[in-house]
Structures are given as structure tokens and as C-alpha cells.
Design a protein around this ligand. Structure first.
Ligand code: AMP
Length: 420
């Protein structure tokens, strides 16, 4: 193994592609910040019990894919596989729900870890931006989150995504359905592991991608037929609000999602240019999670959008983000004296909020101008001995090619004026 190789299933973000990742995080979080969501940051690891909760339903994300470790002090920790449980834990710890201002609306951005089989779009370390609205049961809140995710994707220029929507019922109707489904599934011809899954998380069996399994599921009982009146009414209201907002969605009865705590509204954003790992984001309501982790009853809803897959989706649609050049002015000194003078101008520019860079290392004019070009700078400042003897530096407009001589002391102000 080479010394310079990132661990399996991971990759580094390096310039220039890394700029797209930053822009995606910015675009996803902007609508949230404009809608009353406050920023929250939690540790990259948690006590393992936060994710592995007792017996109950369980999922691959927790049972098979979690990175767990025992610290030197004997604590059992897990690298966070998802954000919702951590954010809810942190909100409860800080008593945010008691401040009398429900829902508590939070957004976050960070790294998540799952020991998955790596493939295109599926990594062991990946990045999400997420949102959680804690403590309120209101279909408008579910609709708000879906609308904001739709707005974020559209603001990036994505078009080939679809929204899948389902309701998973609540603690009244879901168990009745679960049992009916289990009874149906137990009679099918299935392998050992799937049979185990019937007992632990039968809804996940509906999600099985294998054709021979899907063939047997045609007559499986449908959750829709088991939803209680309250769940039905709630779901209809979410659908109506989305429709009124002009956000198109597809009802998808098979949408179960990979985590065990969802109730009622569940949704996924899928992109048609991504092959098998098509989910770019997803979420739903988790009315029971707070109680599962020992908190009070706090009906909540949230989503997480995958940054890695959103970037892949942009690439699949050949969307070029309009990323402004990071450098506006590039300074090229020729000689010792020019180096001191231009370094001073660059410092002045930066303090005035103008992005500026400098040809370090005493490079020749040709090489330094190449760097200036590569930086995308609109202007270069060039100065040699003769310029300084005449009391000027050369200011070149890289777009028009026009060049003018300005005194060094006026260069920063002149550039500030030109750059508006
Ligand atoms: P989930 O918590 O599984 O619903 O994931 C939410 C989003 O995170 C997904 O829609 C993906 O965009 C992204 N995601 C989840 N797992 C991975 C992974 N292993 N690699 C890359 N992105 C992922």
C-alpha cells in the first residue's frame, strides 16, 4: 500500500473540485438559514448507545455499518453514522426544547461514517448537510423541509431529481401493519438473513432489490390500507401543501428508508443520473425518537442531503456552478525592492477585503504570469527596478490586456475602485 493513499472507501477534497463542495454546502444551507434554522455542531463521535438502542427494530446502518471503538478509558464510542440522533441528543442536553420556542429548528453540516461496501457514490466517509425541526407536529413543517430541499437543489441548477413520498404510520397503526406484513412474509421462500430481517425490521424486506424477492411481494399487505385516520389526514395535508407550493412528488409506497425511527412522513430525493446510489437526500418525521433515547415526547421532522452525491449529480447533469475566482489581484515582483513594495500592496488589498495573491519564491516573469493566469485574477500588478525608479507599478487588466502605471501608494485604492 502506498504511503500516500487515503483509507479504503474515502477520498480527499482538493482544489479545484473542493470549491464545488463548499458551494454545495452553502447552497443547501442558505434556504435553511433564511427560514429560522440555527446552526448546530456536535462531536464526530457519540456514546454507542445513542445509535444502538436496545432491542426493537434495527437497521444495517447500526448493526453492520457502524464504526465502534473502545477508548483507553473503556468508553464505548461510535463514529456518527447519521446526524439526527446526535442533534436531538444535543438539543435535549442544552434544553433547547424548554426555551418555549417550538419547534427548535436546527441545521448542521459535517462528516458521517459508515462501514459500507464502497462503490461509486457510496463511501465510508461522506458529508451531509441536514436540518431538524424538533418538538412540533404540524404537516406544514414537513412540507417546509421538503420545499426547502427542493429549493436548494434548484438553486444549484439541478433538474433531474425526483421526490418520493410516503407515510409510515404512527405508533397506533404501524404495529398492526407490521404484524400483518410479518405474517405474509413468513410464508415466502426467502433466505436465512431475510427471514431474520422479517423478525427485526419487516418493512425493510419490501425494499429488497432482488427480482426473485420482489416477485413474491406483489400481494404483500399495503401500509396505505392500514394507516389510521389521523395519519391519513396528516399525510393528505402534507401532499396538499406541497402541491400548492408547486413542488412535484411521487407517492412511493415502498419507501421505507434505512433508519428505524421514522413515523408518518418519509421522503427521499433521488437523482436519475447516478446509477444504483441514486438517493441524494432523504428524511422524514421521527415522532418517537426522543422517547427512544430517554427524552420527553417531542414529535420532530428532518432531512439530510448528501453533499458527495449532490456534487456527483451536478457532474451528471453537466452543471457548472458559477464560482467566482478566488483571487482578484495577483502581484508579480521582479527583484528584491519590488518584492517589498508589492508585498505591502498585497497586504493593503487584503485588509481592504480584496482577494490578492503574490508570486512567492522569486520566480521569473514568465512562470509568475502563468500562475497569475491560473489564479483567475482579473488584475495583475507587475513591478521591476525600472518601474520603481519611475515611482510606479504596472497594473494590468487581464481581460482587456490594457496596462497602466500607478504609484505604489495608490495601487490599492485604484484597484478597489476598479473592482467596485
Ligand atoms: P441516509 O441517512 O441514509 O438517509 O442518508 C442521507 C443521504 O446521505 C443520502 O441520500 C446520501 O446522499 C448520503 N449518503 C448516505 N450514505 C452515504 C454513503 N455511504 N456515501 C455517500 N453518501 C451517502
Amino acid at each position: 500500500m502506498s504511503t500516500f493513499q487515503a483509507p479504503k472507501g474515502t477520498y480527499d477534497l482538493t482544489p479545484p473540485r473542493s470549491a464545488t463542495f463548499l458551494a454545495v454546502r452553502e447552497a443547501i444551507s442558505a434556504p435553511l438559514r433564511d427560514s429560522g434554522y440555527g446552526y448546530i455542531e456536535t462531536p464526530g463521535f457519540e456514546n454507542v448507545e445513542l445509535f444502538a438502542r436496545g432491542v426493537g427494530e434495527s437497521t444495517d446502518i447500526v448493526t453492520k455499518e457502524m464504526y465502534t471503538l473502545t477508548t483507553k478509558g473503556g468508553d464505548q464510542l461510535a463514529l456518527r453514522p447519521e446526524g439526527t440522533a446526535s442533534v436531538l441528543r444535543a438539543a435535549l442536553e442544552a434544553n433547547l426544547h424548554k426555551a418555549g420556542n417550538l419547534p427548535v429548528k436546527l441545521w448542521y453540516s459535517g462528516s458521517y461514517y459508515r462501514y459500507e461496501r464502497p462503490q461509486a457514490g457510496r463511501y465510508r466517509h461522506f458529508s451531509q448537510v441536514g436540518a431538524e425541526a424538533i418538538g412540533t407536529e404540524d404537516p406544514a413543517l414537513d412540507a417546509e423541509l421538503i420545499i426547502l430541499a427542493d429549493q436548494a437543489y434548484r438553486s444549484l441548477g439541478l433538474r433531474r431529481f425526483r421526490i418520493l413520498l410516503n407515510s409510515l404510520g404512527d405508533k397506533e397503526c404501524r404495529p398492526v401493519y407490521r404484524e400483518a406484513l410479518q405474517t405474509f412474509l413468513r410464508d415466502l421462500d426467502l433466505d436465512e438473513e431475510t427471514r431474520r430481517r422479517i423478525e427485526i425490521n419487516p418493512l425493510r424486506v419490501l425494499d429488497d432489490k432482488r427480482a426473485d424477492v420482489q416477485k413474491q411481494l406483489t400481494d404483500a399487505p399495503k401500509l396505505r390500507d392500514y394507516l389510521c385516520d389521523a395519519c391519513k389526514a396528516y399525510h393528505e395535508e402534507v401532499r396538499a401543501l406541497l402541491t400548492a407550493a408547486g413542488v412535484a412528488f411521487e407517492d412511493d409506497e415502498k419507501l421505507v428508508r434505512g433508519l428505524d425511527y421514522y413515523t408518518r412522513t418519509t421522503f427521499e430525493f433521488v437523482h436519475d443520473g447516478l446509477g444504483s446510489q441514486s438517493a441524494v437526500g432523504g428524511g422524514g418525521r421521527y415522532d418517537g425518537l426522543s422517547e427512544m433515547i430517554g427524552g420527553p415526547e417531542l414529535p420532530s421532522v428532518g432531512w439530510a442531503l448528501g453533499v458527495d452525491r449532490t456534487v456527483l449529480a451536478l457532474e451528471a447533469e453537466s452543471v457548472e456552478l458559477d464560482l467566482p475566482a478566488t483571487t482578484s489581484v495577483y502581484a508579480v515582483p521582479l527583484g528584491e525592492e519590488a518584492r517589498r513594495v508589492l508585498f505591502g500592496v498585497v497586504t493593503e488589498l487584503r485588509r481592504a477585503g480584496i482577494a490578492a495573491d503574490f508570486a512567492f519564491g522569486g520566480r521569473g516573469l514568465k512562470g509568475a504570469m502563468k500562475s497569475a493566469n491560473r489564479s483567475g485574477a482579473r488584475y495583475t500588478l507587475v513591478a521591476g527596478e525600472r518601474d520603481l525608479a519611475e515611482g510606479v507599478v504596472q497594473l494590468k487588466d487581464m481581460e482587456s490586456g490594457e496596462q497602466s502605471a500607478v504609484p505604489p501608494a495608490e495601487a490599492a485604492a485604484e484597484l478597489a475602485k476598479r473592482l467596485g
